[in-house]
Structures are given as C-alpha cells and as structure tokens.
Design a binder for this molecule. Structure first.
Ligand code: SAM
Length: 543
C-alpha cells in the first residue's frame, strides 16, 4: 500500500499489524471458532487474507476509509471464498445486518477521546452499554470498538484482537475488560516484555476471547518476551494460574513479569497485618502549578534586588532533586539556593494592594505584565493572575515521576510543593517518619512499580490515585530506635547511597520485624530489579 500522509494516518490510527501477529491471531481463532471471519477495521485486508489462507468459509471487512477498502479489495482479489467489504464507520454497522460471524479478528483503531467525538462516539458508547459497559467520555475508540464487535458473534464465537495495555491500566479499560469477562467463557491476554507495535506509544496485548455468551470472573495472563515466541504457542497458550487479572480488584499487571518466587513473597507480604496502603494512612494531593516558574520563584538572597518583601517568600520543594535526604528542612533550602535553584514561592496577599506593601505589589504586577506573564495559559485562567493557587501544606513529600530511586521526605520546614511532587497529610496517630522509612523498603519500591505507569523514556509516573494504592509496612519499635534508623537512612541518602538506605529499611522492617528469610528477601529484590529493568527496556525500545 502506498504510504499515506502522516496526519491522515494518525487520524485514522492506520498502523498495520505485524504479519506474524496477524497469522498467530487468525490461526488461534480459526482453531477455536472456524467459519466466517470478520475484521471490523480491516485496513489493507491482512487479517482477512490470512483467514482466507487458513480455511475461513467467508470473510467480511469494514473500514471507514475508501482508499483503504480499495486496497483490501486488491489484497483479497485472489481469494476463492465469498467476500464482503463495507466502507463505513463500524459503529454505523448493525450486527443484525451483517452477523452472526464465528470469529472477529483484527486491530481496532486507537483514537484518543479528544479526537473521538460526535455522532460516532455517541453510537459507540450506546453500543458498549448494550453489553454491560458504561464507558466514560474519556474512552479512546478501541474500547467501544471491541464491545461493538463482540455483538456480531454467534453464541460460542471467538475474538482474537490486538489491544492496548490500557485495557488493564485505565478506568475505562478495566470497564471494557469487565464487559469482556462478562461476555466470554474464557479471556486470555498475551503480554510482551518488548514492545513490537510501531504505531503504539504504549504496550500492546493480544486478546484471545472464546465462548461468546458465557462469562468468566477474570482474565488469564500469558507473559512472553517477544513476538517471535508466538510461533511455538499456536495450540494452547500456557497460563500460570497465579496470573489472573481480576477486573473488579486492583489490576497489577506488572506481577506477570516477575518470577513466581518473588510473586509468592509479594502476595504473602500484602497479607501481613502490619501492612497498609497509603490511602489508609493519609490524604495524597498534587502540588501547585505556578504557570511561570522563573517569575514566581525567588532565592532569598535575591529578594531585595527584585524588590520582593521577605514575608512574601514561602519555602518550597521544587522537584525530587530538592529531596536530598529523608527529611526536607531549612538546610536543604539553603543548599539548593546556594547551588542556584530558587526554593521560595513568591506569594503576595491581595490585601497588600491596600496596606503593607502597595508599591511592592504594583511593581511586581508591572514586571509580570512587562514579561507577558498574565497571558500564559495557567495565569490567564485564574484571578488574580499573580496569585498561585493549589497550595497545600503536607507532612510528607512523595514522588511523582520516578527514575530508579523514588524520593520521599518528611516535610519538617512546612514547605509547599510543586506539581512535580505529591504531598500527603497523614492521619492523626501516624508518624510521617514511619511512612518515609517504610517506603524505602524493597516491598514498597516494588509496589510503586506495580501501581505506576510508564510512558516513553522509561519514567514511572504515579498519579495520586495510584500512589494511594502503594503498600508500606510501617516500622514499629521504640521511638529512639526509630529515630536512630531514620537518621542513619537520612545520612545514607544524603551521601547518595540509595541502595544502602533500602538495605537498612529491609533489614529493620522485612527481616527484623516481619521475619522474612534471606532467600525470600533476595527473591523480592530480584522481582523489583526485574520490574525496573523491564520498564527501562520498554523505555528504550519505544524511542
Ligand atoms: C490499527 S489499523 C488496523 C488495520 C488492520 N486491521 C491491521 O491490523 O493491519 C486501524 C484501521 O481502522 C480504520 N478505522 C478508523 N476508524 C474507524 C471506524 N470508526 N470504523 C471503521 N474503521 C475505522 C482505519 O482506517 C485503519 O485502517
């Protein structure tokens, strides 16, 4: 097929599937549900051609794009079985008109909600509701596409599709998975350690669903390294029974990629009575967005030359680099500002216009206007533009974007924090020091890997809802022992010995307190290392 202009290609999500994957899905599908095959977004017709070669009785294709349908017709010209091709928005095609079919195979278009709109989306969401999924307006097109498609199947029919990992990682994805489990007797997801799909920025799974008309409680995961391994899998994909994805509970897909010994230790620790999720211990909130960092931040030593009254300056943690140790205090502000990075937010009060500092505030506003700050997006949408909103005082500062060493710190100087970090206000009776120390242990580090999401570049991102699910076992023991361990971990972190601080937390909490054996701790560490390595590997192969 001739290359299409990139924007049109993106608009239609016209990225075609690797032929080895096409062949695998069609072979598996015709094995369990031989007969009529439909691809609802058939592109150049590669799934249908494979189906024709592998003995389908009839093939049906649909695509919204006229040129694409022509190409599919050429691809299938030599096939000697009945063929129908529909040039249409698939959501306009009704199951009663075309179905029933035995097998749906293909790769649905991945169009994000911002571009997926109008009548097509209204039809799509209504169709999803017919099979029990109430999808939100944030749903990308692939989700209702799968749910509309399954309505074309005869009882007992099957579905073999490429699906994005969002199926297990987003609210609307989980709702889709739930509906799939509610409509098929068995659902399997083949996952890959190495990303193989050029058009997808994220991980991709293969969905194998069979027995339309029955239901199952969970999906089974089949973890593979690379697509080359599909060849050996045609007959019956092996399923490890501990790898079930229960859509009604937290989906920890990452567990599929660590070895069974680490998984066993993980499951045992999640049941430990001293364990919590962060949401049991306090409230987690995002930090502020200034809208113009250079303008709204100031070093204490520069206040006079900028004409800023000292009482306007509030200490802040800017990002994870601000957090050198396990506590964030006045000395950290001094060190960071000596190194050149302002760690104070400028926060005039509206009453300053009338009382204490009217001249200073007028000058500050005039300087902002000279620099065009009020026109910046975040400033434009707030009143007054020079007052940064969303300020929270937190007991504990927590990570948002994670490389390999997630930083948390007790906020001893009551600093505000930007949206590069999260903050937690802990419930009465819980000590922030205990949480900070607990989060250093391998158990919590693995929990962050399992709850977070990673995009391009291999960075792990934890939104507040994901961070709230992170697990921690709090250190117990006397106050003096806790302070001693805390101080030692703080010193190690400041000396850039992150691994040492984690070993200390493991020794005190996992070995000393929980009684984890050395070999179990080693298994857990390998599990965490494998998760980090997998994320970084995918980051590299996505570039
Ligand atoms: C990811 S490609 C898959 C093509 C083919 N099944 C494959 O895997 O090689 C998605 C296809 O969906 C088509 N498409 C996008 N929106 C559609 C819609 N609403 N109805 C039918 N087809 C659509 C695009 O034209 C594109 O050919």
């Amino acid at each position: 097929m001739p290359e299409r202009p990139l924007t049109r290609k993106k608009e239609l999500a016209a990225y075609y599937t690797d032929l080895r994957v096409v062949d695998y899905l069609v072979a598996w599908g015709l094995g369990v549900a031989p007969g009529i095959v439909m691809d609802p977004s058939c592109g150049d017709g590669r799934f249908l051609a494979a189906a024709a070669r592998r003995g389908a009785r009839r093939v049906i294709g649909c695509d919204i794009d006229a040129r694409t349908i022509e190409t599919a017709a050429q691809t299938l010209a030599g096939a000697d079985i009945p063929l129908s091709l529909h040039e249409s928005d698939f959501f306009r095609v009704e199951p009663e008109r075309v179905g029933p079919v035995d097998l749906i195979a293909g790769n649905p278009p991945f169009i994000r909600y911002q571009q997926f709109s109008g009548e097509s989306r209204t039809r799509a969401l209504a169709s999803a509701l017919r099979v029990g999924a109430r999808l939100t307006r944030l749903s990308a097109s692939w989700a209702p596409f799968l749910l509309h498609a399954l309505q074309f199947l005869r009882p007992g029919g099957a579905m073999a599709m490429v699906v994005p990992a969002e199926l297990a990682q987003t609210g609307y994805g989980i709702a889709t998975l739930q509906a799939l489990c509610g409509n098929f007797a068995r659902v399997r997801l083949i996952t890959f350690r190495h990303n193989w799909f050029e058009g997808a920025q994220q991980e991709t799974f293969l969905l194998l669903a069979e027995g339309r008309g029955k239901s199952c409680g969970s999906a089974e995961l089949v973890p593979l390294e690379r697509i080359e391994q599909l060849e050996g899998l045609i007959a019956e994909p092996e399923v490890d029974d501990s790898l079930r994805l229960h859509p009604e509970s937290d989906a920890s897909l990452g567990l599929a990629f660590i070895d069974p010994a680490a998984r066993g230790v993980w499951h045992a620790l999640t049941r430990h009575p001293g364990g919590f999720q962060l949401r049991d211990l306090g409230e987690v909130a995002n930090g502020y967005v200034s809208g113009a960092n250079a303008f709204f931040h100031c070093r204490r030593v520069d206040a006079v030359s900028r004409g800023i009254p000292l009482e306007w300056l509030f200490p802040v943690a800017r990002n994870s680099r601000s957090l050198a140790g396990l506590r964030f205090g006045g000395e950290d502000l001094v060190v960071a500002e000596d190194a050149g990075t302002p760690h104070h937010l400028i926060l005039p009060r509206p009453e300053d216009l009338f009382s204490a500092e009217p001249e200073a505030l007028r000058r500050f506003i005039a300087e902002g206007e000279r620099l065009d700050i009020p026109r910046r997006y975040k400033c434009r949408v707030r009143t007054p533009w020079w007052k940064v909103p969303g300020l929270v005082a937190a007991d504990l500062l927590l990570p948002y974007m994670i490389g390999t060493a997630p930083r948390s710190a007790v906020n001893v100087c009551h600093a505000l924090y930007s949206n590069s970090l999260h903050g937690m206000r802990v419930f009465p009776g819980v000590a922030a020091e205990q949480i900070a120390l607990g989060l250093l242990s391998t158990f919590s580090l693995l929990s962050m890997e399992l709850e977070g999401r990673s995009y391009g570049g291999g960075v792990l991102k934890l939104e507040p809802t994901e961070l709230q699910r992170v697990r921690v076992i709090l250190p117990t023991g006397s106050d003096s022992a806790l302070h001693q361990t805390f101080d030692e971990a703080d010193r190690m972190l400041r000396a850039r010995d992150y691994a040492g601080a984690t070993r200390l937390a493991d020794q005190v909490i996992l070995e000393g307190q929980v009684g984890l054996s050395h070999s179990n701790l080693t298994a857990l560490r390998h599990g965490r290392a494998a998760s980090v390595e997998r994320r970084l590997t995918r980051g590299r192969s996505n570039r």
